[in-house]
Design a protein around this ligand. Structure first.
Ligand code: NAP
Ligand code: G4F
Length: 365
């Protein structure tokens, strides 16, 4: 008899949770996900999965040990993917204590929920670690042996989670691993992360619904991949013959400015850049209008500016292809999706929420 594969995904409503659910359901898993009560409907990323026979949702919170202990006992997972987090770096400066509770102690709560239910020998755990751990980077590119130098409350909380995973692996022989994932984006990316903020604004500006996009540090370098490719790695890490940590990245880096230039190009707007620092502007070559400007509101107290991953280990040991979706393809996918979304909102005569306007005015970071 084949053993049943039961996955529990914390943070199932997020970008990665939604793609991972699709991936695991296709592999025949029974998938359970945690949700939180909210006064508005926020489950659009997984709405298409609700009602699928092998897909189940449960209320639980990373700040509530009892909810996690009860859920792990009820579901009896063979694999846990701990994706739930306050995942926005800039927000972590405004809410450092909440970020620590969810992103740091939350990991401990998951580990203890597994031990409390005596599942430490049968349940593997994937922890969503991050390239933000490298922070004020001590070498480029970064690999599994690069020293950490976390540079935000978010990164410091995630470092605690990383070390707890390592500790429980060594202390209790648990199969628990970190994927040290570099930035991965998609058409489902939250609208306040820089890539999605840019593709949404490019689409709105191209369709005459927004005048200008305000950004922070345009020189920041990121190694951006496609989220759909990255969730496969989460799974591969748990199928490896021993519990180890892996860097997941494309091995290619670009600046925020380069991302914006390409996104606007795909939206039909050629940009030229003028000025420096806070005075830098992106100008629409066709009509001379300023369509990108810099606002200090989006500068961070400490910013991570040079992330560049070396995915050699994942390529070699997991057989993963870091270049499955190239940077150019990623930007194209995101812009095409936002062009359609913005146009569809127009047809329906619906204002997409006020978020885009707030973003434009710098009210929401
Ligand atoms: P995301 O879209 O922001 O999703 C975060 C998820 O966590 C959402 O489902 C959210 O639920 C849930 N969550 C937040 N606080 C919670 C709490 N207190 N209790 C229970 N659930 C809670 O993030 P993502 O981009 O999918 O990233 C997934 C994970 O990978 C995160 O841990 C992130 O830190 C990490 N990571 C992401 C990247 C990246 O580039 N995307 C790179 C490295 C690591 P709601 O929908 O209810 O808010
Ligand atoms: O898109 P971001 O907000 O992503 P960040 O800070 O790299 O964090 C994301 O990736 C991490 C992996 O490295 C994850 F762990 C984390 O959960 C999250 O998914 O910012 C990217 C860069 C930063 O240097 C920021 O200063 O873009 C710069 N930036 C410039 N203007 C901006 C903006 N970032 C945002 N969010 N908004 C701006 O207007």
């Amino acid at each position: 008899m084949v053993d049943k594969k039961i996955a529990l995904i914390t943070g199932v409503t997020g970008q990665d949770g939604s793609y991972l659910s699709e991936f695991l359901l296709e592999k025949g898993y029974e998938v359970h996900g945690t949700i939180r009560r909210s006064s508005v409907d926020y489950r659009e990323r997984i709405a298409h999965l609700e009602g699928t026979p092998n897909f189940h949702l449960h209320y639980a919170d990373m700040g509530d040990s009892m909810s996690l202990v009860k859920l792990v006992g009820k579901v009896q997972p063979t694999e846990i993917y701990n994706l739930a987090a306050q995942s926005h770096v800039q927000v972590s400066f405004d809410a450092p204590e909440f970020t620590a509770d969810v992103d740091a102690v939350g990991v401990l709560r998951v580990l203890e929920a597994v031990r409390t239910n005596h599942l430490e020998k049968t349940c593997k755990i994937y922890q969503a670690s991050t390239s933000e751990l490298y922070g004020k980077v001590e070498e480029v590119p970064q690999n599994e042996n690069t020293p950490f130098h976390p540079y935000s409350p978010y990164a410091i909380a995630k470092l605690y989670g990383y070390w707890m995973i390592k500790e429980y692996r060594e202390a209790y022989g648990m199969f628990c691993c970190s994927g040290i994932l570099f930035n991965h984006e998609s058409e489902r990316r939250g609208e306040t992360f820089v890539t999605r903020k840019i593709t949404l604004a490019a689409a709105r500006i191209a369709q005459g619904k927004q005048d200008c996009l305000y950004l922070g540090n345009l020189d920041s370098l990121r190694d951006w991949g496609y989220a759909k490719d990255y969730v496969e790695c989460m799974w591969l890490i748990l199928q490896y013959d021993r519990p180890e940590d892996f860097v997941i990245a494309t091995g290619v880096q670009h600046t925020v400015r380069e991302f914006a230039t390409l996104a606007f190009q795909y939206a039909g707007i050629e940009l030229k850049w003028e000025g420096e620092g806070v005075d830098e502007r992106g100008i629409n070559v066709a009509n001379g209008k300023v369509v990108v400007a810099v606002s200090e509101d989006f500068y961070r107290p400490t910013d991570v500016v040079n992330l560049w991953g070396d995915p050699s280990k994942a390529k070699r040991e997991l057989g993963w292809n870091p270049q499955k979706t190239t940077f150019e393809e990623l930007v194209k996918i995101m812009v095409a999706s936002d062009m359609q979304k913005v146009a569809a909102d127009h047809v329906a005569g619906v204002m997409r929420t006020n978020l885009a306007e707030y973003l434009e005015k710098g009210v929401v970071k």
